[in-house]
Design a binder for this molecule. Sequence first.
Ligand SMILES: C[S@@+](CC[C@H](N)C(=O)[O-])C[C@H]1O[C@@H](n2cnc3c(N)ncnc32)[C@H](O)[C@@H]1O
Length: 262
Amino acid sequence: MKVMKIYSEFARVYHEMYQCIFNYEEDFKLYHKHLSKLKSCKILEIGCGSGNLAKFFLENKYDYTGLDISKEMIELAKEMVPEGNFVRGDMRDLELDGKFEAVIVTGRTFTHMTTNHDVMFALNSIHEILQKEGWLLFDNFNAYKIFTGFKEEMTHKATYEGRKYSRKSNTSFDLEHGWTWKWEAEYKVEDGKEKQTFDDEIMLRAFTEDELRLFLTINGFKIKEMIIENNAILTIAQKINEKKTNAQKLYFKQKLNKVSEI
Ligand SMILES: C[S@@+](CC[C@H](N)C(=O)[O-])C[C@H]1O[C@@H](n2cnc3c(N)ncnc32)[C@H](O)[C@@H]1O
């Protein structure tokens, strides 16, 4: 499977740049607040990347497993958080021992589920590895915000231990499979006298609240809460039945196997 360059050969660039883009401690506090209320301690983080949240979960005595599709991200996570439990896997086809009290999909990772097939496979797979009445917490781009305020160009700059990073992004409407857009990025890295550039591109997807509600219902989840903040929607949903819903049974009987490449 093809994985974006920024998650594979340039995983370290992602790791260092995103220390300035995301506030991982604040993100952890938000998940911790909800997970504590839901009394969930055995958790799986999907899209754990280089393990930025893992260290906080471990410090706070969670029974934590991190999963990511990228080999390089998993290697980096093991280097950054040696005491962590990290596995390589695809959320559309999870093969893990044991069940979890909660699954969290962090840092907008679900944005890579660009086709309806991806979404169906991912939610079905997450449903299977959750314990009875287990919880799913995942954040997504809010389609309404993204597409009413569509930005064609964006620039991000970051400095980490003297290394300077900049990224120019160009985005264009796609809308082929849902609320999707194409994202093309040009990265520049300056480390002293050494300069490096590389390009990357990907399709991304946002969701409306109603789309999330429908996908979750079809896949056997009940929504507890949707928290809308700027361009994101954090959804908290509970697995409500062990058995598959009729729609799930029908869909998977047809053996559709059309997952996209990230
Ligand atoms: C935007 S990054 C977020 C990383 C991390 N949560 C953070 O906040 O820094 C998305 C991550 O999801 C991973 N990913 C993308 N598709 C995936 C899939 N189908 N299954 C598991 N991980 C996936 C990527 O390799 C990448 O590390």
